[in-house]
Design a protein around this ligand. Sequence first.
Ligand code: ADP
Length: 483
Amino acid sequence: MKEIKVLSVTSEIYPLIKTGGLADVAGALPAALASEGVRMRSLVPGYPAVISALTTATSIVRFADLFGGPARLLAGKSGDLDILALDAPHLYNRPGNPYLQRDGTDWPDNAQRFAALSFVAGWLGQGQVGRWRPDIVHAHDWQAALAPLYMKFGEKAHAKSVLTVHNLAFQGRFAAGLMQELQIPPSAFTVQGVEYYGDISFLKGGLQSADHITTVSPTYATEILSPAMGMGLDGVLNQRARDLSGILNGLDGVAWDTATDPYLPVRYKSNAVQNARRRNRQALQERLGLRPDPDAMVLGVISRLSEQKGLDLLLEILPQLLAENIQLALLGAGDAILQQGFARAAAAYPSAIGCAFNYDEPLAHLIQGGADAFLVPSRFEPCGLTQLAALRYGAVPIVSRVGGLADTIIDANPVALAAGVATGIQFGPTEAAPLMAAIRRAVTLWRDPKIWRKIQANGMATDVSWKRSAHLYAKLYADLINN
Ligand code: ADP
C-alpha cells in the first residue's frame, strides 16, 4: 500500500507546547499513525518553545510579508516529531500562553496569527511549497480551520481535508472587516462559507469547507447536532452530518506508563498495584498537606477550571464531602472565581482539601498514581483524556455521562458489577445532587476492597491506546483519497 502523506495543522503539540488535550492528540497521532502507513508532518506556529525545541531546522520557504511581517517555514525535527514551524516573529515570538496575554485576555491579533497558520497550510495543501505535497490536510480546531477554506476557495488543485473539532465552544469569531487583510476571498463571505451572523467564524468556515469533519468521540459527534450542545453551529453540522464522524482519542502510552513513569515515587505493573498505589497516595497526601488518613478516600481532579468542567458543582458539595471523610487533591488553573473558591476551602480545611493552581505535569502524574478515585464532572466533554489516564493508572473514574466520558467508562451499575465489567461510575445530569450521589456510591464501593479492586483492574485492562483510533483515521484518509 502506498504511504499516505498527511499535513497535521495544529496550534499546540505535546511536548513542545500544551494548554490542553489538543496538544496531547496532535503529539501522539504521528507515532500512532506511522504503523498504519501514514506519514504525518505537523505544521505549528513558531512560538519560542517550538523554535527552541527543533534539533534540526532548514528554511524551506520565505514570505516577504505574511499578514504584517516577514516569515519563513522551517522544516525540522523534535524527537520523533516531523515539524514544520511557521517562524513569523511578529505573530508568535511572545512568551507564555499561545492564545492569551498575561492579563488573561486574547492576543488582539489572534485572527492574523491563526489565519496565517491556516494560510500557509493551504499553500502546502496546494503543493506550492517545495516538492512535498500532502495527500491530506488535517486541521485541528478553529485555529487551523481556515486551512480547508483557503484550499477550497483557492485556484489550484489541492489535497483532501479533514477538520477535527476538539471543542466546539471555541470558534474563532472576528470582525468581517478583516476579510481582506486575512486574504479570505470575498466569495467565501456567505452562509455556505465563513460568514456567521455578520462576522467571520473560522470554525464555521472550516466546517463548511472540509471534505470530512471529525470530533473526538462518537457521542460528542451526535450531541453537537442538537441545539442544546451545538453551540450555535448545530445547523451547519446537521447539513454536514453525512460527512461527520466521531473517533475517540487515545492516551499516549509512553507519557502515561505506570511501569516507567518518572514522576511516580513508586512505579507499578498491573500485578503489584495496591502496595505501590498506597505509597503514592501517602506521597500525594504529603505533597498537598493532607492528613495521612488511610480511612479517607482521596478524590483526584486535574482540570482546566472552567464552566465546561463542572467544578462549580464540586465546590457546592464540598461540605458534604468533608462530612463523608473524603479528601480532595485538585490540580487546576483557569477561572479566577473558581480558583478563589477552592483556595478558600483549602485554607479553611487544609488537612482535607489540597489544591495547586498551576500547570504541573509531575503533580498530575502523582494524582493519577495515588488518588483512589478521579473525578470529571463535565457539562460537556468532547473526549476527555484525564479519565483515560485514570483508567490506566487505577484511579477509578467518576464521570458525568456526556461525550467521550460516556463512551469510555462503564458504570458500576448492578448488571455491570454482576457481569464483572464495570470500570468506573457515571452520573447524570451534571448537577450537584447526582454528582454527590455518584461520589457516595463510589465511597460505598471503595469500602469493599474486593469489588473496588475488580473495578480498578477492569479499568487498567481497558485498551485506551491509540491503536484502534489510529486505524480509523488511516481508513478515513484512504477513503477520502480514493473517492
Ligand atoms: P481539555 O483539553 O478540555 O482541557 P482534556 O481532558 O482533553 O481536557 O485534556 C487535558 C490535558 O491537560 C490532560 O493531559 C491533563 O492531564 C492536562 N492538564 C490539565 N490541567 C493541568 C494542570 N493544571 N497541570 C498539568 N496537566 C494538566
